[in-house]
Design a protein around this ligand. Structure first.
Ligand code: SF4
Length: 452
């Protein structure tokens, strides 16, 4: 396998991107060499997502494109990783002859053996889910990305079994990674010059290793690296720890931004979704967040058109979003997934046009809320971490505020990876426009009474 080149194309959630970095490390330890395009690769891996139907269709289309490559290079190896590999394993090999290797999210250590099987002319599959695997001893290798912000996975799997969700079937039972291994990875990132870390898990509140729960882990990580900013994704409203809110309020490098998935604003719908909280309990949690962390920025996930959704339940979702005034929302129409409880027990009976109409209403309302929220930012000062050039011009830098809002400002003498104090001068519903004031740091910026 020495010197064979490999290319990984990653789809889906941040967890998948973090997993691709683990696979980078496993293959490079075998002497393989990462390349940036499929055309240069001896081995192509597609790390896939199964959360919605269209996520899988994108992968099928991409695999068809690789068929052309394989026609000209018979020795080319094509593999499928991730949730699709776990969900429809054999079907991939049977349906798509060009695929040689299928590996589920808990079997990446086995890839070198599986590649050896392919070299011997056999198709290779390993989709065994594990109760222990966290890849704790593997240092992920980041071959893409901006070199400033990084994802660190702290746990795998999910036990929540929301009725619409395929994740528990593709990623297995919950297990937490040893906190020493997480802290070691963050130390390595600090040495490599990274300035922001997002801790990842399907439900980070459930993190528990020995006596270390999620709040303790955030306390340990943020006190050890005061000039690294920390974010996390995703928590669950059912058991969000109040202690964590107080820690975020007092610790300047814990971002005042919380992604808190609601999925629906209707208690009867939440019950069908197997989300163990009511509308009222969710709003109580939001009120607590806003009280303990003044100015906290909130985002959420929303599903439109789930089974049996009434117009009344849809309006409950609209009114909840209007009341919370999220700064950002990930909004999707319900996509039925096999093996889920909803697939087994309910009917996907909301017509596509009604799903679309409700989703459009939700998105339009959310865009106007975002525009209004961003208008309020004009004249405010923020500490922005410059992540790179703006999409529009290399004379401008872009980065995010502590509250996770995207900001664009003139480059002047500022560099990627620097914390820059800025003043907001304009906005769109998605981006803030700013003028840079001075190079700064977390310690310096939050020492100012105005921002403490
Ligand atoms: S919490 Fe629910 S929606 Fe999130 S990954 Fe787990 S089962 Fe899926």
């Amino acid at each position: 396998m020495n010197n064979k080149t490999f290319y990984i194309e990653t789809y889906g959630c941040q967890m998948n991107f973090a997993d691709s970095e683990v696979v980078n490390s496993i293959l490079m330890n075998q002497g393989m060499v990462p390349v940036q395009s499929a055309e240069e690769a001896d081995v192509i891996f597609v790390n896939t997502c199964s959360i919605r139907e269209n996520a899988e269709s994108r992968v099928w289309n991409r695999l068809k494109e690789f068929r052309a490559l394989k026609k000209n290079r018979q020795e080319l190896t094509v593999g499928v990783l991730g949730c699709m590999a776990e969900r429809i394993r054999e079907q991939i090999i049977d349906k798509e002859k060009l695929v040689d290797i299928v590996v589920g999210p808990d079997a990446y250590r086995d890839i070198p053996n599986l590649l050896a099987e392919v070299d011997d002319g056999r198709k290779a599959v390993n989709v065994l889910l594990s109760l222990e695997e966290t890849y704790a001893d593997i240092s992920p290798v980041r071959t893409s990305g901006n070199g400033v912000t990084a994802f660190v996975s702290i746990m795998r799997g999910c036990d929540n079994m929301c009725s619409f969700c395929v994740v528990p079937f593709t990623r297995g039972r919950e297990r937490s990674r040893p906190f020493e291994s997480i802290l070691r990875e963050i130390d390595e990132l600090d040495q490599q010059g990274y300035k922001e870390v997002t801790l990842l898990g399907q439900n980070v509140n459930s993190y528990k290793h020995e006596n270390t729960d999620f709040t303790t882990l955030m306390d340990l990580a943020s006190s050890r690296h005061p000039e690294i900013r920390f974010r996390f994704s995703s928590p669950h409203p059912k058991d969000f720890p109040e202690a964590l809110l107080h820690l975020i309020a007092e610790r300047p490098n814990l971002c005042n931004y919380i992604h808190i998935p609601a999925q629906s604003g209707s208690s009867s719908m939440l019950e069908r979704m197997r989300r163990p909280y009511t509308r009222e309990q969710y709003l109580e949690l939001i009120a607590k967040m806003k009280k303990i962390i003044p100015g906290v920025s909130l985002s959420t996930d929303i599903i439109a058109g789930f089974c049996d959704e009434t117009e009344r339940e849809h309006q409950d979702t609209m009114s909840l979003m209007k009341f919370v005034e999220y700064d950002l929302a990930y909004m999707f129409a319900y996509s039925e997934r096999e093996r889920t409880l909803a697939h087994r027990k309910y009917e996907d009976n909301i017509p596509e046009e009604v799903k679309k109409k409700r989703l459009t209403e939700i998105i339009q309302q959310q865009m106007s809320i975002q525009e209004k929220n961003n208008q309020k930012e004009i004249g405010q000062r923020h500490l922005v971490l410059a992540e790179g050039f703006s999409k529009r011009s290399d004379q401008q830098l872009s980065g995010r505020t502590d509250t996770n809002k995207m900001v664009v400002f003139d480059r002047e003498n500022y560099q990627k990876g620097e914390y820059v104090e800025v003043e907001i001068t304009g906005c769109t519903s998605a981006t803030l426009i700013a003028r840079p004031i001075a190079k700064s740091s977390i310690g310096r910026f939050y020492a100012e009474p105005a921002y403490a």
